[in-house]
Design a protein. Structure first.
Length: 496
């Protein structure tokens, strides 16, 4: 399980460590880790360290000191290192002295931007940039001079590798949000612990590598379910199990207008569980044509015993759909609510608050806005936690970074590194998978995290071509049907 610790927790952990160590020890540890990673990137992308040109963007905080010390280490390995000081009068004195003693060069950012520095590494030919403009105490968005400097480097014909010290400058360390220009790193070196920015702002961070510096931290702010976490917890029938004890999933989805939603949601539940799926709704014939193993009825009342319900995809918003939702929520079993059912639920939030059995809500941003009465704010994690606490339900907010929170505050994030799951009908699949895991008895928040992991993995497998259907090519945009075809392969990958 990958863990992400809040900025406040990291700061608190640093205080006793700083008091017990000689001055500068933590910075030296961080700088060494940064230099090692930077050197590895130079070897990987440029074939070596000696003779390569490194540019250190140096702010006035500790991150500036980190990159100065790291620059000195790279200079001693033969790299040509130039430090561009955003505020020369506030540069870290010891770090600056170390860089100069190693043979590095320091110039003022104002001189670089004004063209007063000849042969600066800010010009063409830079191989690697160390980003130390802003640290974890900074606010989102770069100052105009820093933004202009970064933009110039970004637009070089051969963009250098960007390695960020702790976080990309300009990105909020707690929320991953930006308010203006920011550094887009290829590699981010996380000092002591991963922070929320490293998953919430993943598109800015690139590959994240954690460098231990001796911090002792408590409970994390956020977790990410790994392949092995999902695989170990995935329901597998035991010797004494039968089709009832392994988890029976009820699916109430689809309508005359959207029969495909019923097929996709029920199919995902079939692929994700080894027990039984019961379907209730007007898509009965379409579901049975695609999945003959499903037990299908016209109404929820006729469906029979289930261990969990998945309700909402393509269900419609009429009186019949509203009554179906109310009946499902009235059952004393876990329920995952999605799509049209979320829109209906926004009119009747008490239906969830009154429940004693677990409830999971899986909105996208528009549905989240309907439930809360306003758009998703920059601090998405805080918003998800607030809605979970308000309704007493686990909430999964879909997105490139999917966020999950239990009513008690335990939170997960899923970031796959790709967007192949962003396709029509894909959310219906996720609902079916979550429903199957709830029926098997998994904790609601963890069920969401494991389902999201398998869902994104299946989309990735489909994009590589293993599950392409109807002539789709490897690497091309994929359909929900192709993703569904890869759910079992994803589960096998998790368990392997």
């Amino acid at each position: 399980m990958r863990e992400f610790h809040s900025v406040d927790a990291v700061r608190a952990a640093e205080v006793p460590l700083l008091a017990s160590l000689p001055e500068g020890t933590l910075m030296r540890r961080a700088a060494h880790g940064l230099a090692v990673l930077a050197a590895a990137e130079l070897v990987r992308t440029r074939g070596g360290v000696a003779g390569r040109r490194v540019l250190a963007l140096v702010g006035s905080g500790d991150n500036g000191g980190d990159v100065l010390f790291a620059g000195a280490l790279l200079r001693r390995r033969g790299a040509a290192v130039t430090a561009v000081l955003m505020r020369p009068e506030r540069a870290h004195p010891a770090g600056l002295a170390d860089l100069r003693a190693a043979g590095g060069v320091a110039v003022a950012a104002a001189d670089v931007l004004a063209g007063r520095v000849r042969g600066s590494a800010a010009a063409a030919g830079t191989d690697l940039v160390l980003d130390g403009i802003v640290g974890i105490s900074g606010r989102p968005g770069l100052r105009p001079d820093a933004a202009e400097l970064v933009a110039r480097i970004d637009t070089e014909p051969q963009r250098p590798v960007f390695v960020a010290a702790d976080l990309p400058s300009g990105v909020d360390p707690q929320t991953g949000a930006t308010d203006g220009p920011a550094v887009r790193a290829d590699v981010t070196v996380a000092f002591g612990a991963r922070k929320p920015v490293h998953v919430l702002g993943a598109r800015w961070c690139g590959r994240v590598v954690e460098v231990p510096i001796g911090l002792a931290l408590g409970a994390p702010e956020l977790r990410q379910c790994s392949d092995s976490d999902a695989g170990r917890a995935w329901p597998v029938p035991g010797a004494d199990d039968d089709k009832y004890s392994g988890g029976v999933t009820g699916v109430a989805a689809g309508s005359g207008t959207y029969p495909g939603a019923a097929v996709l949601c029920a199919g995902a539940a079939v692929a994700a569980t080894s027990a039984m799926v019961r379907y209730a709704g007007t898509g009965r014939e379409a579901v049975l044509a695609a999945w003959p193993e499903v037990i299908a009825t016209d109404t929820v009342a006729e469906a029979g015993r289930v261990q969990a319900w998945a309700v909402g995809p393509g269900m419609g918003l009429d009186d019949e759909a509203e009554e179906r939702l109310r009946t499902v929520l009235g059952a004393d079993v876990p329920v995952v609510v999605d799509a049209d059912a979320l829109t209906l639920l926004a009119r009747h939030p008490g239906w969830v608050r009154e429940r004693t059995a677990p409830t999971v809500l899986t909105p996208h941003e528009g549905e989240f806005a309907r439930l809360t009465g306003g758009p998703v704010p920059a601090d998405r994690l805080a918003a998800v936690r607030a809605l979970a606490a308000d309704l007493g339900a686990a909430v999964l907010l879909k997105g490139n970074v999917t966020l999950i929170s239990a009513p008690g505050g335990e939170a997960y994030a899923e970031h796959s590194g790709h967007a192949w799951a962003a396709t029509a009908g894909s959310g219906d699949l996720l609902t079916g998978i979550v429903g199957a895991l709830l029926a098997a008895g998994l904790d609601p928040a963890f069920a969401c995290a494991a389902a999201a992991r398998v869902h994104s993995t299946a989309a990735g497998i489909a994009a590589r071509g293993a599950g392409a259907v109807d002539g789709e090519r490897a690497g091309a945009p994929v359909s929900a049907s192709a993703v569904l075809a890869c759910v079992r392969a994803a589960v096998r990958a998790m368990r392997g």
